[in-house]
Design a protein around this ligand. Structure first.
Ligand code: GLN
Length: 544
């Protein structure tokens, strides 16, 4: 029988429920259980695809084309198993489903209400994930903070499931904050007590408290929390600020979170968790032998979460190369042909980020020109790849007016054009080319060297594409289409023939990089940045 674990949050948002859920899942997985994680988001958007990255960070895309919350990225990076549409559900989606059913007459004349109809639909989606794929454990993270109006139906569903499934099959982990008062030089437990009271008011007694803290929580304080929140002492788990998110599974192991969970759910495993690979990764991450500085050029750089998966992929690929990757975020709007050399001169490589709309595009193009002309490693993702095509058309082929029809619908040289299938689309949500598609790679290319395969699957999220009308001319001039979709001929990878590392991809490789499987494109990009740095250093020694 599948066991269900719910993770709620109290006191404040941003405590890291996603990381705690992923860490617990990692520990259970390392003990041999099959685990998946699901996230419920209490907002009305049907999915986060229509949200501005400044609002909610990156939109993470799954293989099956779901536009989801960025926490799913953490789940995949920690567990190394793909998630799907079923792993992220929003209030909007629940209501949309229930309202559609009501319109079909499926409720047979009943008054459709939050309880039971909305709560039943939430319940169905939780149980479905467990039963359908026969996971040993399903961890369900409830977004938002206990006490918010919009999370009420979710907490009510948790209450009902606790009653229906029984305490051996279902438990609630409540993540809370133990703030440190500087003036009093003390950690304070009262907010935690209040937040547990808030849960109790809705009828849910948490079984485990994970206490986020800047300082260690001593025995006496743990006892106090346990007593006033009505949990066992071993169920008070300290979650102290960590150096990196990748430390958290080991910190949770030290605190015995997995053991407490297994004890309460009557789960037995003979094995101690096997975390050898994880520990090796952490060891390398913390003791790098090399260092490179790469520029991340995008228009949402003020918010780190907007490019979450790219930052994490740099960590994975840097670690593989035993290299610390220092990422300098550059707002593309600030780059001009006049300042580009000064801005990019100190870097060992640039990644030009995905994006939508015209803001910052000219800065991206100026940066790519500099990288192309100076043999600086360049890696373009989605819009970043499209900008490299525009740059090449303008500055190598001499088509000064070349553009994407996204930015200039009347351009004489639409080198990036809207996909045929997108022309009739007029709704924004969920209508892009989304999810995993095949890409065939030509032999004797850099892409082939990197992937060591002629057929790959990568995830997409775009409406525009490279215009195949100009392909021959591009190739004659040295920008090669080395990866294409075998069914549609759509260009997926471009690379520069003579440049040491100049690769643009229409898809999002960052979404598939995990601790266990760092993405080869990122690994090789960092390697190229290391080589570039070495070459520059040797050259400068030669000169002086
Ligand atoms: N705006 C571009 C398109 O829709 C690129 C999208 C992206 O970078 N994800 O094709």
């Amino acid at each position: 029988m599948t066991k269900f674990i719910f993770v709620t949050g109290g006191v404040t948002s941003s405590l890291g429920k996603g990381i705690i859920s992923a860490s617990l899942a990692k520990l259970l997985q390392a003990r041999g259980f099959s685990v998946t994680i699901q996230k419920f988001d209490p907002y009305i958007n049907v999915d986060p695809g229509t949200l501005n990255p400044y609002e909610h960070g990156e939109c993470y895309v799954t293989d099956d084309g779901a536009e989801t919350d960025l926490d799913l990225g953490h789940y995949e990076r920690f567990l190394n198993i793909p998630t799907s549409q079923a792993n992220n559900v929003t209030t909007g989606r629940i209501y949309q489903y229930v309202i559609n059913k009501e319109r079909e007459g499926a409720y047979l004349g009943k008054t459709v209400q939050v309880v039971p109809h909305i709560t039943d639909e939430i319940k169905r989606r939780i149980l479905l994930l467990g039963h359908q794929d026969r996971y040993d454990v399903v961890i369900t993270e409830i977004g938002g903070t206990v006490g918010d109006i919009e999370s009420l139906p979710y907490i009510e569903t948790v209450r009902q499931l606790k009653w229906e499934l029984g305490s051996n099959n279902c438990l609630v982990i409540h993540l809370t904050l133990i703030p440190y008062l500087k003036a009093a030089k003390e950690l304070k437990t009262k907010p935690t007590q209040h937040s547990v009271k808030e849960l109790l008011e809705i009828g849910v007694q948490p079984d485990i408290l994970v206490c986020r803290t800047e300082y260690p929580v001593n025995k006496e304080m743990r006892r106090k929390i346990a007593l006033f929140c009505n949990v066992t002492i071993n169920a008070v788990i300290e979650s102290i600020d960590a150096e990196t998110i990748y430390d958290v599974p080991l910190l949770m192991l030290k605190e015995g979170l997995d053991k407490t969970v297994m004890g309460k759910l009557k789960l037995t495993s003979k094995e101690e968790p096997n975390l050898d690979k994880w520990k090796e990764f952490l060891g390398k991450l913390k003791n790098p032998l090399h260092e490179v500085t790469v520029g991340l050029i995008g228009k949402y750089v003020e918010l780190q979460d907007a490019y979450k998966s790219i930052h994490e992929a740099f960590i994975h690929s840097g670690t593989t190369n035993e290299c610390k990757v220092k990422v300098v975020s550059i707002q593309s709007e600030t780059i001009t042909p006049e300042n580009v050399a000064q801005l990019l001169g100190p870097l060992n490589g640039i990644l030009v980020a995905p994006g939508f709309g015209i803001r910052g595009v000219e800065g991206k193009i100026a940066a790519i020109k500099y990288a192309r002309e100076n043999n600086l490693p360049f890696f373009g993702i989605c819009l970043g790849m499209q900008c490299s095509v525009i740059e090449f058309a303008r500055n190598v082929m001499g088509w000064q007016q070349a553009h994407s029809t996204e930015m200039n619908p009347d351009t004489d040289y639409p080198v990036i054009d809207i996909m045929e299938s997108q022309k009739k689309v007029n709704q924004k949500g969920g209508t892009m080319r989304l999810g995993a598609y095949q890409c065939q790679i030509k032999k004797n290319t850099k892409a082939y060297q990197i992937y060591n395969s002629t057929l790959i699957y990568e995830r997409h999220r775009h409406r525009w594409e490279m215009n195949n009308k100009y392909l021959d001319l591009f190739e004659e001039n040295g920008l090669m289409a080395t990866g294409t979709n075998p069914d549609t001929g759509l260009v997926e990878i471009v690379e520069h023939k003579k440049h040491p590392f100049f690769i643009g991809v229409q898809y999002h490789p960052e979404l598939k990089s995990t601790v266990d499987n760092p993405h080869p494109l990122f690994v090789k990009f960092i390697k190229a940045a290391m080589d570039y740095r070495k070459k520059r250093e040797t050259e400068s020694i030669g000169i002086s």
